[in-house]
Structure formats: C-alpha cells, structure tokens
Design a protein around this ligand. Structure first.
Ligand SMILES: CC(C)(COP(=O)(O)OP(=O)(O)OC[C@H]1O[C@@H](n2cnc3c(N)ncnc32)[C@H](O)[C@@H]1OP(=O)(O)O)[C@@H](O)C(=O)NCCC(=O)NCCS
Length: 202
C-alpha cells in the first residue's frame, strides 16, 4: 500500500454532497440502480449522517482533480419510521443491539475502477471511524451480497465481522451478508492512512 500518499478527503453537507454522490455513481457500471440526489437527501435529512468523498488527480492530466471514492453513512436507531430502515433494524435485531446505543449504517460507497487498490476506501473508512467515535457512535454496520467479492474482501481487510447471513434460496450469490465493527477510541491509533480532510462548503 502507498503509505506515503496523503489522501484528499472532503466531508460534504447534505445538498451538495447528494449531488456529488449522484455524479460519482455514474462511474459505477456494476451498480444496477444508482441513487439520485433526491433519494440521498430524502434518506439522510433529519438524521445524523456523513458524506465523504476522496479526490485524486487524473493520471494523464495531473492538473485535473476528480472524485474517485465515496462513502455515505447515516444513523439507524429505534424506533425507525422509514420502511427500509424499519426492515433493516428488524432483520438485525438479534445480531446488533440498537436500544441505548448509536449505530451508524454505511449505506453506499465505492471506488472508481481505475483507482482501486490504492488505499482510497481504507482512508475513507478510517475517517468515517474517526468521525463516528467523535460523535459517540458505538458500532458501524454494513450490508453487502455474497456476489460482491471485492467488497467482501475489502471489508475483511478493514476488520468488519459478519453478524448475519441471509440465504437467497434461488441463488446463493444473491444472499445478503451483514457485517459490523464495534467502535473503540483506541482504534484510532491503529489507523494507517495519512489524510487531509476539508469540509465543504468551507
Ligand atoms: C470494494 C471497493 C470499495 C474497494 O475500494 P478500494 O479503494 O480499492 O480499497 P482500498 O484500496 O482502500 O483497499 C482497502 C483494503 O481492502 C483490500 N482490498 C481491496 N480490494 C480487494 C479485493 N478485491 N479483494 C480483497 N481485498 C481487497 C486492500 O488490500 C486493502 O487492505 P490493506 O489496507 O489491508 O492492504 C472497490 O473495489 C469497489 O468500489 N468495488 C465495487 C463496489 C461494490 O462492489 N459494491 C457493491 C455494493 S456493497
């Protein structure tokens, strides 16, 4: 891993962040249904959330800096009212303790293909953990599918633990895998990525 790299990370406020995420998702051919800015605003509005984006220069035009990796997370609590999150909490109720704790759900994220394997997602994940610990969160939860091998491998490296597996009877590749990481302040000292973080708008 390129330990000497300083990752450039921007934390966005809601409206502008939603537009940035809508834009970067266009570069992900593998996402079947991309989120619109309106959907993102709708999900995040009124709940604690974090929109992080990493930028990097284009290899053949270093003067142009582009968004290359992103991570969007929000709080999930009890009671929930949004139907998809009611369902999520219900499914995880035997695996994750929600009452009396703050749980951050990593909703969407990824790195553009040409920039994969360069530590961008680790840098965003470490920044997310730092923010979550500073904001009093106890645990980070994420959902993926068996068939998302790159994401599963990455979450393994980032020390997420499987907390639930939901088998899809017709096609095991479509089975859902839920992972989590309990947050402890001492984790921060084990972070490896050098980062420059700015808020937008500044
Ligand atoms: C998964 C993904 C986000 C990884 O992003 P990335 O920027 O390449 O990840 P990083 O370079 O920061 O790697 C983080 C760690 O994961 C490991 N890793 C990255 N890709 C991996 C892979 N395909 N298999 C196994 N490990 C992998 C890295 O070695 C690194 O570990 P280390 O720091 O201990 O060396 C990226 O491949 C992606 O966007 N994939 C498509 C997204 C997707 O499948 N989404 C489905 C919905 S969940």
């Amino acid at each position: 891993m390129p330990f000497s790299v300083e990752y450039q990370i921007t934390q966005y406020e809601l409206e502008q962040g939603a537009l940035e995420i809508q834009y970067i998702e266009e570069y992900f051919g593998e996402f079947p249904r991309k989120k619109t800015a309106a959907e993102i605003v709708n999900r995040l509005e009124g709940r604690s959330h974090l929109i992080l984006l990493a930028t990097a220069p284009l290899p053949d035009d270093p003067g142009s800096v582009v968004p290359v990796s992103f991570k969007v997370a929000h709080e999930v609590g009890v009671p929930e009212i949004e139907p998809k999150l009611v369902d999520l909490v219900h499914r995880l109720s035997d695996n994750i303790q929600f009452p009396g704790r703050r749980v951050l759900y990593t909703w969407i994220g990824g790195t553009r293909r040409d920039w994969r394997g360069q530590g961008f997602f680790r840098a965003l994940t470490e920044q997310q953990e730092l923010w979550a610990i500073e904001h009093g969160f106890d645990e980070i939860v994420v959902k993926t599918k068996n068939k998302f091998y790159d994401m599963r491998g990455t979450l393994d490296h980032l020390r997420f633990e499987v907390v639930r597996y939901e088998r899809n009877g017709a096609d095991n590749a479509e089975s859902k895998v839920y992972l989590s990481k309990k947050l402890l302040p001492e984790m921060i000292s084990r972070h490896r990525s050098k980062k420059a973080v700015v808020q937008s708008p500044v």
